[in-house]
Design a protein around this ligand. Structure first.
Ligand SMILES: Nc1ncnc2c1ncn2[C@@H]1O[C@H](COP(=O)(O)OP(=O)(O)OP(=O)(O)O)[C@@H](O)[C@H]1O
Ligand SMILES: [Mg+2]
Length: 608
């Protein structure tokens, strides 16, 4: 049976899991950590770094280190969220060719799916190293409130990473799968997921025999730990400005250090009631003088700085209950997901709103990935005993006269779903019809997310009103939208061109896949070299340490001098091969090095 991995591609951290036998298991990375920072960097030498090693060099290479790319995925250049990211990010965000967003690292710009693909590729490698076999199939999670553009872009990221994304599932739904896995109960639950970048709340009914039915879902894809950190940064920056008249935001390195310190202080305040932010030499004022930042932050200050953010999540919870037509008393368990739910003020607010102590039985950082792995296994094994019914988080519709939004599929409809609508030509011999497809919850089309222009071309020529085209709008299980059209009279499928979408073209994706493959080859070659080098160096060190003894024992005999000379040659040749990074030569020398070491050890031990 082919293995499927489950990947939680987080704003801050990513996590990968697999089902081992019947046990959902998180796969640790090489450092032994169960989550990997979703951070990508390019070094001065042009080397790509992902995860912990990218995080460790973020301060000294702030301009070329990307974090929280998920906040930008599938967004349009002119969206308010991108504007806000532009103001606060320490890396370069530039406009792409499709009204999309590109990220500049060193001398290249990358699309956001490409950046995310680097994180996914890293997760794929972590899984392959652990399983000892290549992995292709994956289930990737997305915030439940992601729209079609964001989902599509995430799927593209998977494709670029060389993954076959067999399903996209919603993060809170994945969490509920892991929570309910292997248990046999009927229960209505709320999943409150506040991560680094996004907030989701889903209300689900879990029924015995493994039925997971989402009743309502809502959220905010731009509300998470990053915003909490930003409040602390604002507070530090403004008090520093008052005191020293210096704006720390002007300095990228200072900003990156502030970002780290703010997050650290926030996390610490989940455990203690006061902490110290200490950043010596935060900025230089010229003339060899530097300023230091030192300030103590209390839990209650943090709570007052972020109270409105917490309240926003609670308002969204209220909405989710209303959409589900349920009362708080109907909720039998509240599951906390995401690193931010470790904050006591959040646990308190959630507990007060739902009038019950939230469940602490699931691991907030791992449960989403575990659920994705469970779903992955269920899909390839075609397990009948697990049924997952999710919903679309946004209404789907089209723009009609006067920028009105005509809703075709309402929010919280169970997916997959479809809806057909008939369009009629309004002019004689009209050969094309254009439909503007949007997603959102406003009556005013312009306030909703524009998915694309679907143009039906090559219609048969006829008097106006004589050509009727049936257009079917579909949302699949991944929450991704497709539009199909057919001529009602002839029954012929009508071709549709999608234009004005912010996604990548097939050609672009193809090139990116190629780049990712090249990277893999390079990386595996590097690893092969490192392994050979390590082995060779150990042998060389051992041989060298034996030289004096060997010389003493057999150095006066001809065969001994000959053996020593040969050993010196092979040691030198190995060193040269290592210096030239010549993997094959290093490997070729290994056998002779081993032989030499064995012989030397034999000579020495016999003499003793
Ligand atoms: N002990 C803690 N107290 C407060 N916040 C914490 C704590 N531990 C982690 N966090 C915060 O949780 C956030 C990361 O959570 P998580 O790893 O669940 O996010 P993510 O899955 O990467 O993001 P998202 O789900 O939004 O895409 C960060 O903002 C981090 O600072
Ligand atoms: Mg998350």
């Amino acid at each position: 049976m082919e293995r499927v991995i489950g990947i939680d591609l987080g704003t801050t951290n990513s996590c990968v899991s697999v089902l081992e036998g019947d046990t959902p298991t998180v796969i640790p990375n090489r450092g032994g950590y169960k989550t990997t920072p979703s951070i990508v960097a390019v070094t001065e030498a042009g080397k790509r770094l992902v995860g912990h090693i990218a995080k460790r060099q973020a301060i000294t290479n702030a301009e070329n280190t990307v974090y929280a790319a998920k906040r930008l995925i599938g967004r349009k250049w002119d969206s308010p969220h991108v504007k806000s990211a532009l103001m606060t990010s320490s890396y370069g965000i530039v406009e792409g060719p499709h009204n999309d967003v590109r990220i500049k690292l060193r001398d290249r710009s990358y699309s956001v799916p490409e950046i995310s693909s680097m994180v996914l590729q890293e997760m794929k490698i972590i899984a392959e190293d652990y399983l000892g076999e290549p992995v292709e199939k994956a289930v990737i999670t997305v915030p439940a409130y992601f729209n079609d553009n964001q989902r599509q872009a995430t799927k593209d990221a998977g494709t670029i990473a060389g993954l076959d994304v067999i399903r996209i599932i919603n993060e809170p739904t994945a969490a509920s799968l892991a929570y309910g896995y292997g248990k046999d109960f009927d229960r209505t639950v709320a999943v409150y997921d506040l991560g680094g970048g996004t907030f989701d709340i889903s209300i689900l009914e879990i029924a015995s025999q493994g039925v997971f039915k989402v009743i309502s879902t809502t959220g905010d894809t731009f509300l998470g730990g990053e915003d909490f950190d930003a409040r602390i940064i604002d507070w530090l920056v403004s008090t520093f400005q008052e005191e020293h008249g210096v704006d720390l935001r002007q300095d990228r390195m200072a900003l990156q250090r502030l970002r780290d310190a703010a997050e650290k202080a926030k996390c610490e305040l989940s455990g203690v009631s006061e902490t110290e932010v200490n950043l010596p030499f935060i900025i230089s004022t010229g003339h060899n003088e530097a300023l230091h930042l030192q300030r103590s932050l209390t839990r209650s200050t943090l709570e007052s700085l972020t109270q409105d953010l917490i309240e926003r999540t609670i308002d969204i919870c209220r909405q989710a209950l209303e959409d589900a037509r349920l009362d708080v008393n109907d909720i039998e368990d509240v599951i906390l997901v995401g690193g931010m739910t470790r904050m006591p003020a959040i646990q308190g607010a959630v507990g007060r709103f739902f009038q019950r102590e939230p469940n602490k039985g699931v691991h907030p950082d791992e449960v989403v990935a575990l659920g994705a792995g469970i779903q992955g296994a269920a899909l390839v094994e075609d397990r009948q005993e697990m049924i997952l019914l999710d919903v679309t988080p946004h209404a789907l519709g089209i723009m009609t006269f006067g920028s009105r939004f005509e809703e075709l599929i309402p929010q919280n409809t169970t997916v997959p779903t479809s809806r057909a609508k008939i369009f009629t030509t309004s002019r004689d011999n009209q050969t094309a019809v254009k439909i503007l497809v949007m997603q959102g919850d406003s009556q005013n089309a312009e306030e909703n997310e524009f998915l694309g222009e679907f143009v039906m071309t090559g219609l048969r020529r006829a008097p106006k009103g004589h050509v009727e085209i049936e257009v079917t709008f579909e949302i699949n299980t991944d929450g991704i939208v497709a539009v199909k059209a057919k001529d009602l009279e002839t029954g012929q499928a009508q071709s549709i061109e999608v234009t004005a979408s912010s996604g990548l073209t097939d050609e672009e994706i193809k090139n990116m896949v190629k780049d990712a493959e090249d990277y893999m080859v390079e990386r595996r070659t590097d690893e092969e070299f490192e392994a050979a080098k390590q082995q060779a160096e150990t042998l060389v060190d051992s041989i060298e340490s034996l030289f004096p003894d060997v010389e003493r024992v057999v150095g006066s005999a001809d065969f001994g001098r000959d053996a020593i000379a040969k050993a010196r040659v092979i040691v030198d040749q190995t060193r040269t091969a290592i210096d030239h990074k010549h993997t094959r030569k290093v490997k070729d020398h290994l056998e002779q090095l081993e032989r030499t070491e064995r012989m030397f050890k034999g000579v020495v031990s016999r003499a003793q």
